[in-house]
Design a protein around this ligand. Structure first.
Ligand code: SF4
Ligand code: SF4
Length: 152
């Protein structure tokens, strides 16, 4: 059994660029609004877009590969309560089971490159909990979105 690997985020902000994949349900959005001390409607107006599914997505700066609007000064404004996919990264089923998805993702995420697929996959085999499989679709859509090199 190997030691559980440490993922070290270098805070480059690359994963906060490009449209797609950062979804919130009403409760998650309300939690973020509350964290910022904003009324829900105001938070929605400033940061969110409604999706046909009924979920909210966090909007991005309207330039190619623009950052998530919650990304300010190199930090996430809602870090302690950020959307689930942002909290879960990189412990996503797609990454720990699919070396190709891992390779694509590590081209954009320096933290992943340092960690390596084997370390993350070992952690998965050791039974650490992962988010549900539906994250795979979300993740891959995000990775292949308009960030220019496959990561959003
Ligand atoms: S919510 Fe925060 S962590 Fe998630 S993409 Fe936006 S700025 Fe990045
Ligand atoms: S791309 Fe990776 S290293 Fe950069 S901020 Fe995101 S998680 Fe951290």
């Amino acid at each position: 059994m190997t030691a559980s690997p440490d993922f070290r985020c270098v805070m480059c902000g690359e994963c906060c660029r490009g449209r797609g994949g950062v979804y919130l349900d009403r409760a998650g959005a309300a939690e973020c609004a509350g964290f910022l001390g904003l009324a829900f409607r105001r938070f929605e107006e400033l940061f969110l877009e409604r999706e046909p599914s009924g979920l909210y997505s966090v909007a991005n700066a309207p330039v190619p590969g623009g950052h998530c609007l919650l990304f300010k000064g190199g930090l996430c404004l809602v870090h302690p309560v950020k959307p689930l996919i942002c909290r879960a990264w990189p412990r996503l089923r797609a990454l720990v089971t699919d070396p190709e998805a891992f390779r694509e993702a590590s081209e954009a995420c320096p933290g992943l490159g340092r960690l390596g697929f084997a370390a993350l996959a070992d952690e998965y085999r050791e039974g650490r909990p992962l988010p549900p499989p539906s994250f795979k679709a979300v993740l891959l859509a995000k990775l292949r979105s308009d960030c220019g090199r496959g990561k959003g």
